[in-house]
Design a protein around this ligand. Sequence first.
Ligand SMILES: NC(=O)c1ccc[n+]([C@@H]2O[C@H](COP(=O)([O-])OP(=O)(O)OC[C@H]3O[C@@H](n4cnc5c(N)ncnc54)[C@H](O)[C@@H]3O)[C@@H](O)[C@H]2O)c1
Length: 326
Amino acid sequence: MPLLLTMDDVTKVLEMPDCIDVVEKAFVELATGTAVLPLRIPITPPGGLSLYMPAYLKELGALACKVVTVYKDNPTKHNLPTVIGKVLLQDPVTGDVICIMDGGYLTAVRTGAASGVATKYLARKDIGQTAGIFGAGVQAKMQLWAVATVRKLNKAYIYDISDDAVKSFIAEMSSKLNIEIEKIDSPDDMLAKSDIICTATSSATPIFNGNKVKAGTHINGIGSHTPNARELDTAIVKKSKFIADSYEACLKEAGDIMIPIDEGAIDKSHMFADLGEIITGKKPARENNDEITLFKSNGLAIQDVATAKLVYDKAKAAGVGIDVKL
Ligand SMILES: NC(=O)c1ccc[n+]([C@@H]2O[C@H](COP(=O)([O-])OP(=O)(O)OC[C@H]3O[C@@H](n4cnc5c(N)ncnc54)[C@H](O)[C@@H]3O)[C@@H](O)[C@H]2O)c1
């Protein structure tokens, strides 16, 4: 009988440090050839985007498919989150579905976890750094949690065009992480103050002037993931060491890199590595304290599948969820 896990159940058992650990393993499997990762299938009903994301991870013994939707008007028109998802986890031996779980919180945590892995390998290692988060929505909160898991932060900064989102971000995350979080009023100020930057907005156009990013900054760009949308301008992409979650996904889905390539500002070879190549040491991570490193995350099914297996194992061990006869 499949186990049914609600968002509350998933929230109870899923912690960022464990998720960073399994997401790192998933990227290693992708780099070493034990992962099966078809490109996600998009369907675009009016007003939204529906993505079908299957993957298999041999070493982790994880097989699953997530259905995730991105509907930008959901918060204002339907009192629902922008991103909604559900995951079907299967037994790789029999193929049977062993768990149906909510994927909303899982998506946010696994997206944070990918940035956590990238930050662990690419950000400067000196202690007492600062993190600047662009966007104060669901994903943004998990970005800060991930960065604070892999680096000892002195302080965090938050910038969003919505004051209400900023207030809720500060109230929730300062107590959760026991860290001082300051509201910032301009993107330029944010760039001047932050050593590690995460962009997690719903904007389809660049959110800051890349020429103002200071030397030594690490950036996790997780927002836009369609060919015509981008959060990052050509200037910052051009002057960064660019690390893709996947070359293929970046060239098919990421306006952040596709638009500068179309403009002729860079070519494909500007993509220095993918995250798996960095983790496995095939390509060097940060080489000095002045480099600007940029991780572009489109979101891969391997992250969902590894996280879903983690959630299932933890829920079974803790007796969380209910078994349902289908
Ligand atoms: N890479 C991945 O794996 C992945 C996974 C899930 C979602 N996403 C993407 O992450 C983004 C954020 O998703 P969410 O669920 O947090 O959405 P959300 O609606 O909860 O939050 C988005 C926030 O961005 C703010 N914003 C919009 N334009 C801005 C700007 N120019 N400057 C500063 N803030 C701005 C909005 O006011 C809002 O508070 C979306 O683009 C979504 O598609 C990526």
